[in-house]
Design a protein around this ligand. Structure first.
Ligand SMILES: Cc1cc2nc3c(=O)[nH]c(=O)nc-3n(C[C@H](O)[C@H](O)[C@H](O)COP(=O)(O)O)c2cc1C
Length: 210
């Protein structure tokens, strides 16, 4: 079977102004509650960043918090994504929830969360994940797997059970100015609602062509 012959229908509940919340955070919460038991990885989201020259890159990260301030994930502050965030101050997120044929796209500015927020989340991570933060200089070239494992062993022996959050690891918050909800429908006549935050802070909601 040719790749071009792989296709399926994307059916789903209608999404329109009467069946969505005027606030994109409440709409996100509504959809998230519906998929959290259905999806294997409901918090997995693609994070797109770019260099100041406009060269884009994308990778998966996990959503760890969301509230009306924005969408939070945690990472290494010296990674490629961190460098690109520092260059442009912007990022995009994308959730794809296949069980319900839905996609949520989020564009916005990026800020670091407070040290207290990063400390609190770091403390909830299993100890193995905390040691591994010390072992991995994320996005740097690595000679071999053995080098990584040796760094992990060294971190484990050096730190023991007292593993404070290092200053080069923490959270980012995407503060959205645009959020789009996509609901698959029959015959490729999908529903798209785009929310844009105006200068006065009020969100406007518009339908986009699929
Ligand atoms: C399901 C999944 C979840 C991931 N979650 C995270 C995460 O929350 N934080 C993170 O830094 N990397 C996460 N990663 C790894 C990233 O995709 C990526 O490889 C890493 O952050 C380095 O990206 P960079 O070199 O572009 O900065 C995850 C990968 C997968 C497949």
């Amino acid at each position: 079977m040719a790749i071009s012959d792989i296709r399926r229908e994307y059916e789903g509940e209608p999404l329109d102004e009467t069946r969505s919340d005027p606030d994109p955070f409440r709409q996100f919460a509504l959809w998230f509650d519906q998929v959290r038991e259905l999806e294997a990885d409901p918090t997995a989201m693609a994070l797109a960043t770019a260099t100041s020259a406009g060269r884009p890159s994308v990778r998966t990260v996990l959503l760890k918090a969301v509230d009306p301030r924005g969408f939070v994930f945690f990472t290494n502050y010296e990674s490629r994504k961190a460098r690109e965030i520092a260059e442009t101050g912007r990022a995009s997120l994308l959730f794809v929830w296949r069980s319900v044929n839905r996609q949520v796209r989020i564009d916005g500015t990026v800020e670091k969360v407070t040290d207290d927020e990063s400390d609190a989340y770091f403390a909830t991570r299993p100890i193995e994940s905390r040691w591994s933060v010390y072992a991995s200089r994320q996005s740097e070239r690595l000679e071999s797997r053995a080098v990584l494992e040796a760094a992990y062993e060294a971190a484990r022996r050096r730190l023991g059970n007292a593993v404070p959050r290092p200053s080069w690891w923490g959270g980012y918050r995407i503060v959205p100015d645009e959020v789009e909800f996509w609901q698959g429908r029959g015959s490729r006549l999908h529903d798209r609602l785009q929310y844009r935050r105006q200068a006065d802070g009020i969100w406007v909601r518009e339908r986009l062509a699929p």
